[in-house]
Ligand binder design. Structure first.
Ligand SMILES: *[C@@H]1O[C@H](CO)[C@@H](O)[C@H](O)[C@H]1NC(C)=O
Ligand SMILES: *[C@@H]1O[C@H](CO)[C@@H](O)[C@H](O)[C@H]1NC(C)=O
Ligand SMILES: *[C@@H]1O[C@H](CO)[C@@H](O)[C@H](O)[C@H]1NC(C)=O
Length: 181
């Protein structure tokens, strides 16, 4: 009898709300936070046989450089556990950078952290967003992940730890803070 007093649509709406809240709470309690500090071994010397960042496209008639709007780079950087290039391998940083600011200051980065170490082998973290490439600390969003990082979201910072100008060899520290299940 009482059931008939509440419009049917409202009952289902309440039910859905209760259900949604329950699912949300269960998942929220399972969220883990992981902090990583990784080092990218990055060689961007133009035309070098060992380059790990290579321009592949750009505006016709313009030099393809980091500061030229429209320049597209493909990258595959070796990632190590400490700044020492001979320290333990963690994985690779594979993806693309596009100079996306007309003034050449901002780069749009799309990088996958592809783990090969014991702890996270087979898992990835997806980093995507604008990098203010000439700032000392560049913060970019972590938008997704796979394997141990399924549903990941968070942020990553990039800092140039070491730079050898003649060979364009840089060691870039990447700190990642991610929440995942
Ligand atoms: C991860 O790093 C952030 C920023 O430094 C800190 O607030 C947080 O407590 C750290 N989380 C863990 C699980 O260590
Ligand atoms: C890359 O190759 C150049 C030219 O052979 C060399 O001078 C440089 O040291 C190499 N860079 C690294 C980091 O191995
Ligand atoms: C990155 O993490 C290291 C510790 O692992 C810390 O010393 C450094 O300040 C962090 N960088 C940023 C930009 O938070």
């Amino acid at each position: 009898m009482a059931r008939n007093l509440v419009p049917k649509g409202l009952t289902s709406l309440l039910f859905i709300l209760v259900l949604a809240t329950a699912v949300h709470l269960t998942k929220a309690t399972e969220l883990k936070e992981t902090n990583l500090s990784l080092y990218f071994q990055d060689i961007s010397a133009h035309g070098a046989a060992n380059a790990t960042v290579v321009p592949v496209a750009g505006v016709a008639g313009k030099a393809w450089t980091f500061t030229q709007f429209g320049t597209v780079y493909v990258t595959d950087n070796y990632i190590t556990e400490t700044s020492d290039p001979n320290s333990a391998a963690v994985g690779r940083g594979q993806g693309m950078y596009v100079t996306a600011g007309l003034d050449g200051l901002n780069s749009h980065v799309m990088i996958s952290l592809v783990f090969t170490n014991d702890e996270y082998s087979g898992s990835t973290i997806q980093i995507q967003g604008i990098s203010k490439q000439f700032e000392p600390v560049r913060e970019v969003a972590v938008v997704a992940g796979t394997g141990k990082f399924r549903f990941a979201r968070g942020y990553a910072t990039f800092e140039t730890h070491f730079l050898d100008i003649p060979t364009q060899y840089a060691i870039i520290r990447c700190n990642v803070t991610v929440q995942h299940y």
